[in-house]
Design a protein around this ligand. Structure first.
Ligand code: MN9
Length: 310
């Protein structure tokens, strides 16, 4: 099987799903604005329908609609990765086919969670799911949320499944990450925690996928450029600036806070779905102040700010 690793290297926004103000359905126009903003900012592509996209708070039909709408909005301008993970394999299989039909470049999935499957069961599942389309496949390793933990050897074994070309690695164990890099030098490894992107890149990541890229794409790209040019202090300064913003998001709850800040920047994001709750007045105030931590270049390059902010 040909391994299509080169295509998936780079920096991808994990796209939050804009909903109508009552949270009832996907807000297609706002989604289009957000997609254009991210692509104008110079990101490689988009990771659609994952944790940041509130996939597990959407019906199967909505998840399929989200994949199609986002691909239409991108219009072939970006490398597109569809997240199709679900506890129910038939849902994942269906969404993988939807993604292939919609023109996605790759499929990705968290392992089936809730029941505590053995590695042989998850391996069989990924083998089956990856075979449902002819697209390259990225494992989504996010132990903190999925509850599924793999050693470096186990990750390397999953990378041997046909069509599995890499990992979206949202895991703070950078030792294991570097071991995977050595075990499978050809794999595409994308770093998933924005707050440790610089560390991930120095340990062998080929790029990253992140929720906060929607707010600070220019900073992420500048961090990478500085690192590649050997300007480590500058790269660290970009990471420190990124983390000051991430601190504010984490304190309020990343997904509601991300939507709130994007809303303030001019995107009609709507609310996060229940069980997420509206932000408290204190959190809103803290995030209002944190708008000053957005990269100035990111704003001028694309964030469509309302006149009052511009
Ligand atoms: O895509 C993201 N994880 C989630 C990965 O959205 C759950 C990260 O970008 C984090 O949101 C980010 C802040 O903790 O690193």
């Amino acid at each position: 099987m040909t391994r299509l690793t080169a295509d998936l290297k780079g920096f991808f926004a994990a796209v939050p799903t804009p909903f109508t103000t009552d949270g009832g359905s996907i807000a297609a126009a706002a989604l289009g604005d957000l997609v254009s903003h991210n692509l104008n900012a110079g990101l490689t592509g988009l990771y659609v329908g994952g944790s940041t996209g509130e996939a597990f708070l959407m019906s199967v039909e909505e998840r399929a609609q989200l994949l199609s709408l986002t691909a239409e909005a991108a219009g072939g301008r970006a490398v597109m990765i569809a997240h199709v993970g679900d506890p129910n394999p038939s849902v994942s299989g269906h969404l993988a086919c939807v993604a292939a039909d919609a023109g996605y470049d790759a499929i990705s999935a968290v392992p089936p969670f809730y029941y505590q499957y053995g590695l042989h069961e998850i391996e069989a599942h990924y083998r089956w799911l990856a075979s449902q389309t002819d697209l390259p496949f990225l494992i989504y390793n996010f132990p903190a949320l999925s509850g599924v933990r793999w050693s470096a050897d186990e990750l390397a074994r999953l990378l041997d499944i046909p069509q599995v070309v890499g990992i979206k690695n949202t895991c703070s164990d950078l030792y294991a990450f570097e071991q995977v890099r050595r075990l499978r030098p050809d794999a595409t490894l994308l770093h998933g925690f924005d707050e440790t992107l610089l560390a991930g890149l120095t340990m062998g990541a080929d790029g990253g996928i992140g929720s906060t890229y929607n707010l600070q794409a220019s900073r992420v790209l500048a961090l990478n450029a500085a690192l590649k040019a050997g300007r480590l202090q500058e790269a660290h300064r970009h990471q420190a600036d990124a983390n000051a913003l991430i601190d504010a998001l984490v304190a309020a709850g990343v997904l509601p806070a991300l939507k709130y800040m994007l809303e303030k920047a001019g995107f009609a994001m709507g609310p996060c779905r229940a069980p997420f709750q509206p932000l408290s007045a204190n959190h809103r105030r803290a995030l209002d102040a944190a708008m000053d931590l957005l990269p100035p270049s990111g704003l001028s390059q694309g964030l469509q700010r309302p006149a009052a902010l511009g």
